[in-house]
Design a protein around this ligand. Structure first.
Ligand SMILES: CC(C)(COP(=O)(O)OP(=O)(O)OC[C@H]1O[C@@H](n2cnc3c(N)ncnc32)[C@H](O)[C@@H]1OP(=O)(O)O)[C@@H](O)C(=O)NCCC(=O)NCCS
Length: 208
């Protein structure tokens, strides 16, 4: 199996495979969110990434890591990132995603989460924004190799500290096993709203 795993840059045609992996990784959230919203929200992660690699097996995408290396992010890129996030909030408020549950509460929770993330975000030069491996391919070292590739590039570009945000239902233990340290622990408004129970979010950092 290991010999068949290949790594390459993300291509637009990988998007549908990536969406399938996200559905598998976060089944509760993705089951209750409309397809149009999911496509747009995950699309936002892809468009804001400065580093995007996939792992493939026999041509099929089985793992994805998206990240931002801050040295690669121009002022224009930062402004674009703020505009795209605000655009998403506007689309939700205007009802562009028709089956989104209680959309005004959703917007409030979405903004509260963004604010809490911004308040708790540790200083770092590189951030992992999405990491997922298809269920049938976990435990084969794919996540670790994607992380090695990302952190290696970040280090080469002068980054000294990397960070990642995650939450209690995701596989945060992977980061601890890798050597990341938890620096913040806070309430996640949006995930708590979506899952209808209290969810803690975490930030982790890693010295490069
Ligand atoms: C997190 C995730 C990407 C890990 O991918 P993976 O390819 O299965 O991980 P790897 O096989 O590369 O594991 C690397 C190491 O981490 C360890 N590890 C992985 N999950 C672990 C866990 N829950 N607890 C302890 N160690 C863990 C592995 O045992 C392995 O250890 P080793 O290098 O000493 O052998 C995968 O579990 C996933 O997609 N989960 C769903 C989405 C998610 O939670 N994403 C991350 C949080 S946002």
């Amino acid at each position: 199996m290991t010999q068949q795993i290949q790594f390459r840059e993300f291509e637009v045609t990988d998007f549908d495979d990536s969406l399938l992996i996200a559905r598998e990784a976060w089944p509760d959230d993705t089951a209750m969110l409309p397809e149009t919203f999911l496509r747009s929200d995950i699309g936002l992660y892809f468009s804001l990434a400065t580093w995007a690699r996939v792992a493939t097996v026999s041509g099929r995408v089985v793992g994805v890591l998206l990240g931002q290396i801050h040295n690669d992010l121009s002022l224009l890129g930062q402004i674009r990132s703020i505009i795209l996030s605000m655009w998403q909030v506007l689309l939700i408020s205007l009802g562009a995603y028709d089956q989104l549950p209680r959309r005004f509460t959703f917007v409030r929770k979405y903004l509260a989460t963004e604010i809490r993330w911004a308040r708790n975000r540790p200083a770092s030069d590189a951030e992992v924004t999405l990491l997922m491996v298809a269920a049938g391919y976990r435990g084969l070292g794919i996540g670790k190799q994607l992380m090695d590739l990302f952190l290696g590039t970040a280090r080469d570009k002068g980054a000294q500290k990397a960070s990642v945000s995650t939450e209690e239902d995701s596989n945060w233990r992977f980061y601890e096993h890798y050597g990341f340290s938890r620096c913040c622990d806070f309430y996640d408004d949006l995930d708590s709203f979506i899952r209808n129970r209290d969810i803690r979010a975490f930030y982790y950092t890693f010295d490069l």
